[in-house]
Design a protein around this ligand. Structure first.
Ligand code: DAH
Length: 354
């Protein structure tokens, strides 16, 4: 065979196109393809073979031409096959060989993920999960928790009161103002009134405060309350329980620090810091260079609270805590604006592990 040159590429491609145009069936088209591209005895294969007998200085050029021809013929074949396939399909029919369009699946909200995780940890530790009403009255939310009438948190500026008062029910005086609960601590009272110790519960739920929206405040947010009551429960149990929680939630290296604080319903009261999970206590922007991050309030249940629910404070002791779910989520995911959690913008929500 004569050595091919550049013009031959055009000639062969034109010939291949003509053969395809003449093909009366897919089988004939396939045969034409094989005559040009097949492994043996095809046009491209014979061009490749001429390389062996070509003078050394021409080998490279012929190899290049053979490749050019191969690519041009393949390209024509692809176009032909796509067109033939489309022509064979009735107008408007679905091409079942195309990859499917994925249906967007919903997923849990980042706050739900955090809440589920906390609930999971406490239920593994033997806590029962209970929920209570968001519409509360001031006795359960304040009085029974040792917050007297003049306590500032009860102020109209801080608490969202509702129009209609409720009549008294078991263990509580009548004609109390109703309100949207300002903390899940109200459920401590409801639960203790309905049960006798030992008690080990966590109470997740939404709470409301008369706050304006800003980077760190929303009028509605969520907490998880914890309450343990029994005989011989001590501050060491409180610390051990929360330390175990912190290791599970924030990593095995987490350390806990209790800082004295004040809540009317606990004595002593403490605020709990955990060692910063980003810098492990060395000090970074996240923990404001302190190495510690405040995550919750807690304490030993105040005897006045036991008296309000008819428990003998000489016999029973207990501890309680309240932890903000948004706060943990904000710290965990380093979100700068709490409002993002409530705007339901998928571009934001999709960034979190679901
Ligand atoms: N109720 C408190 C709050 O909303 C949190 C809290 C602090 C709950 C101490 C408790 C506790 O049970 O013992 O900020």
């Amino acid at each position: 065979m004569a050595l091919p040159d550049a013009a031959d590429v055009q000639v062969e491609v034109a010939r291949f196109e003509a053969e395809l145009a003449r093909a009366a069936s897919p089988r004939e088209a396939q045969a034409a393809r094989d005559r040009f591209l097949g492994r043996r005895n095809s046009v491209v294969a014979s061009w490749m073979q001429t390389i062996a007998s070509a003078p050394p200085e021409q080998k490279k050029q012929i190899g290049r031409l053979a490749n050019e021809l191969k690519q041009a013929v393949e390209e024509r074949w692809r176009r032909y096959a796509a067109g033939a396939e489309a022509a064979a399909r009735p107008a408007g029919a679905v091409d079942v060989t195309l990859p499917g369009r994925a249906r967007p699946l919903g997923h849990r909200h980042p706050l739900t993920v955090v809440r589920d995780q906390m609930e999971e940890i406490f239920s593994r530790m033997g806590f029962a999960l209970v929920e209570g009403p968001e519409v509360e009255d001031e006795w359960h939310c304040f009085d029974a928790l040792n917050m007297p009438a003049e306590h500032p948190a009860r102020d109209m500026q801080d608490t969202l009161y509702l129009a209609s008062p409720v009549a008294g029910d078991a263990g509580a005086p009548g004609d109390r103002r109703t309100l949207l609960r300002t903390h899940t601590s109200a459920m401590q009272i409801r639960y203790m009134l309905a049960h006798t110790p030992p008690i080990r519960i966590v109470v997740p739920g939404r709470v409301y405060r008369r706050d304006d929206l800003d980077l760190t405040h929303t009028p509605a947010f969520s907490q998880i309350e914890g309450l343990v009551v029994g005989e011989g429960i001590s501050l060491a149990d409180l610390k051990g329980t929360l330390a175990a929680f912190a290791r599970d939630m924030f990593g095995t290296g987490s350390r806990l620090r209790l800082r004295p604080s004040f809540f009317p319903y606990t004595e002593p009261s403490a605020e709990v810091d955990i060692s910063c999970w980003k810098c492990d206590g060395a000090g970074c922007a996240m923990c404001k260079r302190t190495g510690w991050i405040e995550i919750l309030g807690c304490g030993m249940v105040h005897p006045a609270v036991f008296e309000a629910v008819g428990y003998d404070p000489e016999r029973y002791t207990g501890f309680a805590w309240g932890i903000g779910i948004e706060r943990v989520a904000i710290l965990r995911y380093q979100v700068e604006d709490i409002r993002l959690f409530y705007e339901n913008d998928l571009r934001f929500l999709e960034q979190f592990p679901h």
